[in-house]
Design a protein. Structure first.
Length: 386
């Protein structure tokens, strides 16, 4: 991940996912963040919730690199080594993020995979007016002290909150607060307050639980199932042939007796996939985002449109489930180029190629594709949010 690769995204916010803990209370053969809930590692859910919001640094234990790489596969995440205490891991993350010079930073426990976009956005909004902001829930149960199984006293709950993450801060201020902090701290709000920063409380969410004990895995799985929003979109596009010697299909220049006619590079395959993503988001189509009347897009690479749709989906908290594209033409033959097209699309979409299907059919010489007047493309996309 480089600074320039993130240009155009939410560049002023950096993300730190602290994942260097050992998960001793949760048990299991692997630390809790690498164990699966709802079919994928805890860490992957957590990373997906922040993808598209800015550069992500995940702080890990040096022994966990293989598990971390598997959990982050296909996502733009920098892995760095943490320390023995949570605060040391956060400081390592802040130092690594300094290269991106973010204005703000969100610091989140990997062990909170059910965090919602609403909570993240509430923290970010509060950072417009405060140096720090964090989600929390007011304590609603009565509080007691206990001793040897007996209630030994009661505790006034007025003004008490249960703290959650992500905790958000002005980047420069929290970096210097962490550098100056000595001794333990339960969280980054404690470090910030010790340095004199004010921290706003924003509404937390019961769903944003921290996997701490073994029983929390099933609670998280239930939550992830319940929160999951699956969206499906389809896209259809047609471009006519004109004189030329190659067609652009899914980012690959395929030699042919004609080229495709269009305002942009006329990559009919990418256009259909882009429209499927916009469709899944109920965001209209390419024309709404990149009007053909705008000379700026004349001859433009269609990868620009596709990346925009992908980033829009990720910014809204969706991961791309899969893409299925059918190209309809008699010629050129797609089969020999399908692997290269898949790899190019995977690259542009920053998506594992196993989630991309590119296939082709003829229309049995019927209709405009049968008469070789042009190429049609039909795409389906699924988006999954937690
Ligand atoms: N040295 C540490 C300790 C904790 N953490 C992270 O801080 C978060 C909150 O910590 P906790 O839930 O206590 O996780 P563990 O330390 O892994 O759990 P345990 O205390 O049961 O071992 C977790 O995302 C954990 O990975 C970290 O990055 N570095
Ligand atoms: C930061 C935190 O998630 C706020 O609730 C929590 O303090 C970290 O977990 P730990 O169990 O206290 O290490």
């Amino acid at each position: 991940m480089t600074k320039s690769e993130n240009d155009g995204q939410a560049m002023n916010t950096g993300i730190i996912i602290v994942a260097a803990g050992r998960g001793t209370r949760a048990g299991g053969e692997l630390p809790k963040q690498w164990q699966c809930v709802g079919g994928q590692p805890v860490a992957r859910w957590t990373l997906a919730a922040f993808t598209g919001r800015g550069p992500i640094v995940m702080v890990i234990h040096p022994d966990d690199r293989a598990e971390a790489e598997a959990a982050a596969q296909g996502l733009d995440v920098r892995l760095i080594s943490g320390g023995a205490e949570r605060a040391a891991s956060v400081l390592a993350g802040l130092e690594a993020l300094a290269e991106f010079a973010p204005d703000k930073v969100l610091i989140h426990d990997v062990a909170r995979p059910c965090v919602t976009a609403t909570v993240i956005e509430a923290v970010l909004a509060a950072l417009d007016t405060h140096a720090g902001a964090a989600p929390a829930l007011a304590v609603t149960d009565a509080l007691w002290t206990g001793d040897a199984g007996l209630v030994s006293g009661t505790q006034d709950r007025t003004g008490l909150y249960r703290a959650q993450t992500p905790q958000g801060f002005d980047f420069a201020q929290i970096l210097s607060a962490h550098r100056a902090h000595t001794g333990g701290a339960a969280d980054d709000v404690a470090v910030a307050r010790a340095a004199g920063m004010t921290v706003a409380i924003v509404p937390g969410d019961e769903a944003n639980l921290k996997i701490t004990e073994a029983g929390d895995f099933s609670r998280a799985a239930k939550q992830l199932r319940g929160n999951m929003d699956v969206r499906l979109g389809n896209g259809f596009d047609v471009h006519a042939f004109e004189d030329g010697d190659h067609v652009m299909l899914c980012g690959v220049a395929v030699p042919h007796t004609h080229k495709l006619k269009g305002h942009s590079d006329a990559d009919v395959g990418m256009h259909a996939v882009t429209d499927a993503l916009y469709g899944a988001l109920a965001e209209g189509d390419i024309g709404r985002h990149f009007p053909p009347s705008d000379p700026k897009w004349k001859g433009a690479e269609s990868a620009i449109f596709l990346r925009h749709a992908v980033n829009l989906a990720r910014t809204r908290g969706y991961a791309i489930g899969n893409i299925d594209l059918t190209l309809i033409c008699e010629r050129p033959k797609i089969g020999p180029h399908a692997a290269e097209m898949t790899s190019k699309m995977a690259d542009v979409m920053d998506l594992d190629s196993s989630r991309i299907s590119i296939k082709a059919t003829t229309s049995e010489r019927l209709g405009f594709t049968g008469r070789e007047e042009g190429i049609a493309a039909l795409a389906t996309a699924t988006l999954v949010s937690s």
